[in-house]
Design a protein. Structure first.
Lengths: 282, 294
């Protein structure tokens, strides 16, 4: 650095004090947050029994497992796996449809512009929140207790846990709808039911259809895992093969899942654009 | 005030009406076709999923009575009449919940760090070379598509039972999910600062550090917080496969029919998820203003 530049710098400092001399609290906030985050991380690593030796032993084990996964090979059980995959797709489709059908009327009750009374809306919303707070896998365990092992329990588990999610999403879509059309129907002498049927539904159905398709996509993923607790589908096969250490079959099953999910993504993406146009759902 | 409505002559009107009816009929037909196709798919799915409505109707009472049973203590009373008895294991459960939260925290942080390191290679506008972008994108896709609990199943065998497997599973899954979201933020970033920094002769790394990172950190933090919320839910079931957290207690309670324990643990999970949702929502609002809240 040469002399004149230093003078320059000092002058600039004097001219813009609040850029260069921020108060200590503002300057220290960021480092303090980083230190706190890091401290919790270290505490977590210690508390959760992380140790470098365990980590590296596990990594080398994982390396062996990956080596044993090559090449993927279904053995003689390809027909069983294909059937299980079909089961998984069926679970996703049925579960999502049932959830959407059940959620539509309930979401009307949770929407501000349909039910103005807060006392009525509040319990409906909290009810939906509680359902969403419980993971699909937990619902699967509960339904297995009720209807027994098998894919039917999976359908019901996905239906119930998506019911909560759909209820919230649909009611948000309904709240975002334009009120003018509803007012138009009312001005023409329509009953409240007419208002919903001709004022609201035509506006929200495309949005809802887009969301349902998106959920069918994401439920294909959820449906692959609920088999792990015994609710049918390809997850059941996957968990079994992992437990008996048949790694070639495991990698084949994972590949099947990846391909199926990619195919469903592709199809539902096409359908979504066909229904709601190029402005995709967020 | 009267307004004269001009009505077209009969022949013209008839032609227009016919065209309108035809258009509506075509639309109806297409809708009908779509509905029929969908119904056929549903029937096929119902056969595939062994749906048996009779089972459902026979046992639906069980579903209701299941909730009746989990809300009843061994003594036959309702759970809320004796909260001390209901939440008898609260010390143990709180400890397990703490473990669950730690698993999701550590997993999210590791995942976010890895995603941060990888996302510049995956973004269209900042990736140094197309083949690197391709490789990183496929890697992230793989990490995102394989469900976290499948990773956990494999990691439990490789790393042994315990929370470590859960943390790593969540970290990998979060890397995939966050990597994609992060790279989308980078793709939406303004490229003018990058050009400015590059024009001073800076390397790729400095371009990222001084031109891109300052634009995107807020978005990153917002998505990472959102992911933390999701991961808390996910960590609550990691115990099902032996990867630590409250799920272990829950699956034992459900399988061994400790009814009132099931409701108590579910309650603690729901309350925790609520608190985390509200806290992170508030934090996001505080840090990034109202528009980042959704």
């Amino acid at each position: 650095m040469t002399g004149p530049q230093q003078v320059d710098a000092r002058e600039i400092r004097a001219r813009y004090p609040d850029v260069f001399d921020r108060p200590a609290s503002a300057r220290l906030a960021m480092p303090a947050m980083i230190v706190a985050a890091f401290a919790i991380l270290v505490y977590g690593l210690v508390d959760l029994d992380f140790s470098p030796s365990r980590f590296f032993a596990g990594l080398s084990q994982l390396g062996w497992i990956s080596l044993m996964m090559i090449p993927p090979d279904p053995g003689s059980s390809l027909p069983i796996y294909l059937k299980a995959l079909g089961e998984t797709l069926s679970i996703a489709l049925l579960g999502t449809t049932v959830a959407a059908l059940l959620a539509l009327p309930v979401s009307l009750l949770a929407a501000r512009n349909v039910v103005p009374s807060k006392i009525l809306r509040f319990p409906v919303r909290r009810f939906l929140d509680s359902i969403r707070g419980i993971d699909t896998l937990i619902w699967a365990l509960v339904w297995i207790n009720v209807v027994g092992l098998g894919p039917f329990a999976g359908v019901l588990a996905i239906a119930v846990s998506d019911f909560g999610a759909f209820g919230k999403l649909f009611s948000e879509a309904i709240e975002g709808a334009d009120q003018k059309q509803v007012e138009g129907i009312r001005a023409a002498g329509g009953s409240p039911l007419h208002e919903i049927r001709f004022g609201l539904l035509p506006q929200v159905l495309p949005v809802i259809a887009g969301q349902v398709l998106y959920f069918i996509e994401s439920n294909t993923r959820s449906a692959t895992i609920i088999g792990i607790v015994g609710a049918g589908g390809i997850g059941l096969q996957l968990a079994e093969q992992i437990r008996v250490l048949e790694w070639q079959k495991v990698s084949f099953l994972i590949l099947m899942i990846l391909v199926a999910v990619a195919a469903i993504d592709f199809i539902s993406g096409k359908l979504r654009f066909a229904i709601i146009g190029r402005r995709a759902v967020a | 005030m009267t307004v004269a409505v001009s009505i077209l002559p009969e022949q013209q009107l008839a032609a227009l009406n016919a065209a309108y009816r035809q258009a509506v009929a075509r639309k109806r037909l297409r809708l009908l076709f779509g509905v029929a196709l969908f119904a056929a798919a549903l029937v096929l799915a119902a056969i595939g999923a062994e749906v048996n409505l009779r089972t459902l109707f026979t046992y639906f009472g069980n579903f209701i009575s299941y909730f009746d049973r989990i809300l009843t203590l061994d003594s036959g009373q309702r759970v809320w009449t004796d909260v001390g008895e209901w939440l008898w294991g609260w010390r143990k459960w709180l400890k397990m919940l703490g473990e669950t939260l730690l698993i999701s925290y550590v997993g999210t942080l590791i995942g976010a760090t890895l995603a941060f390191a990888l996302n510049f290679f995956a973004a269209e506008n900042t990736s140094p070379s197309p083949w690197l972008r391709f490789v990183v994108r496929r890697l992230l896709e793989f990490a995102r598509t394989v469900p976290g609990i499948v990773f956990a199943l494999v990691f439990v065998i490789a790393f042994g039972l315990g929370p470590m497997a859960g943390v790593l599973a969540i970290a990998i899954h979060s890397t995939g999910a966050l990597g994609k979201l992060f790279s989308e933020i980078v793709e939406n970033a303004d490229m003018k600062p990058v050009e400015g920094v590059r024009s001073t002769g800076a390397s790729w790394l400095s371009c990222m550090r001084f031109a891109v990172v300052p634009q995107v950190t807020a978005g990153y933090a917002s998505y990472a917080l959102l992911r933390f919320e999701i991961n808390v839910r996910e960590a609550s079931v990691m115990g099902f496969v032996g990867a630590g957290g409250i799920g272990q207690e829950l699956v034992v309670a459900i399988r061994k029919f400790y009814y009132s324990d099931v409701s108590a643990i579910l309650l603690t999970i729901i309350v925790t998820v609520f608190i985390i949702d509200i806290t992170t929502g508030w934090l996001r609002g505080r840090l990034f203003g109202k528009e980042a809240r959704t």
